[in-house]
Design a protein around this ligand. Structure first.
Ligand code: ADP
Ligand code: MG
Length: 347
């Protein structure tokens, strides 16, 4: 029997937790260590060991990396300079450096041939932009945090220097393309996901019903992005589609909320694929069942979901608090039951 490599995950949120499940499914003996800056990290309870430390603590991060065979990260806000010193961090540090800052991210996207972001500018003195637009903090944003839609003069109080201001696209379609790339030169991807956001937070995901050509374009762009970032592992590209134009919204160097549907709708989940990428296991041919959908569950939905029987599978992240607008779980169910799932959740 060959020994499975041990894995250390920087970040212990729900993504870390689902990565632990994937590793254990491949081989129960695979050891998974978690590093997080919060003692409450929800992946902690299922980890084989837990290190509590700041993501700025270079020494402790290096020590953690030395205790495992492979290091991965499940969120973006880790010092790329520290990650660059970890030889076993397979994803590399370039993706972190570029993607944790919205300005660098957009400059990078627009530097690639045939790939573009939504029109944007950085807020400076005497800033003017036509309504409606959306402002976003340059760093540390997620689930719409640090964002404001600006529709009129009254809203301008939310605009601050150095924020990114983007044209706000009404009636856009949102898609994500999740790909995986490994060091053996393999590359694979799921079909395109269609995502609906409510209040800038992902609400539901289903398989997009789009023409092959548009899907090919998204795959091609995601591949170019992963290659340009020297990235290995699962990578997600969020797209906006409006007026026949395809824009890259964001790139996540990790598994993604829209990929949670693959836990049931695919023969291999995004978490499995990420672990396969890290340990160099050959990718299987991806097969999906497009009749599934995913419905997110936020803090305010938790009680209704817990006490109801639902036509779906509830993945409870078992977070230590159920804060308003914080993701606490998701439901995978059949697309035909989506409205019913939402109705129960929103009670
Ligand atoms: P986050 O890092 O919070 O995911 P995003 O930039 O992806 O930030 O924005 C979150 C969501 O807000 C998007 O998925 C989309 O629904 C909405 N949004 C963001 N920017 C725009 C825009 N320029 N036009 C229209 N909707 C937008
Ligand atoms: Mg986003």
């Amino acid at each position: 029997m060959t020994m499975m490599p041990s894995i250390g995950i920087l970040g212990g949120g729900q993504l870390g937790k689902m990565l632990i499940h994937a590793a254990k499914k491949i081989d129960q003996s695979m050891q998974v260590a978690i590093y997080d800056a919060s003692l409450d990290a929800c992946a902690r309870e299922e980890s084989d060991s837990f290190t509590f430390g700041s993501f700025d603590d270079e020494k402790l991060l290096q020590h953690f990396a030395q205790t495992v065979d492979i290091v991965t990260y499940e969120f973006e806000n880790i010092s790329p300079d520290v990650v660059a010193t970890l030889p076993n961090a397979i994803q590399g540090s370039k993706a972190l450096k570029v993607l944790q800052n919205r300005i660098l991210e957009k400059e990078f996207i627009n530097s690639l041939p045939g790939i573009k972001s939504i029109p944007y500018t950085v807020v400076e003195k005497n800033f003017r932009y036509s309504f409606p637009f959306i402002v976003k903090t340059t760093t540390l944003g997620y689930d719409g945090k640090g964002q404001h839609i600006i529709r009129d003069d009254e809203d301008l109080r939310h605009v601050h220097l150095h924020m990114v201001a983007e044209t706000y696209l009404e009636n856009l379609k949102e898609y994500s393309m999740i790909i995986a790339r490994n060091k053996n030169g393999e590359l694979t991807h799921y079909p395109t996901f269609e995502n609906v956001h409510v209040n800038q937070i992902l609400d539901t995901t289903n398989f997009a019903n789009i023409d092959k050509n548009l899907e090919e374009q998204m795959f091609h762009k995601a591949k170019e992005i992963a290659q340009a970032l020297d990235y290995y592992g699962v990578l997600t590209v969020e797209f906006f589609y409006a007026d026949n134009q395809l824009y890259v919204n964001e790139v996540a160097p990790r598994v993604h909320n829209s990929g949670h549907i693959t836990l049931n709708a695919a023969n291999v989940s995004q978490f499995d694929l990420h672990i396969y990428s890290l340990i160099g296991m050959e990718y299987p041919q991806i097969e999906v069942d497009k009749s599934w959908c995913m419905v997110n569950v936020l803090g305010q939905h938790y009680n209704a979901i817990k006490k109801s029987s639902i036509p779906g599978i509830f993945y409870d992240y078992r977070k230590n608090s159920t804060q308003y607008n914080r993701k606490v779980g998701h439901i995978n169910g059949l697309l035909k039951n989506r409205e019913q799932l939402k109705e129960v959740r929103d009670r």
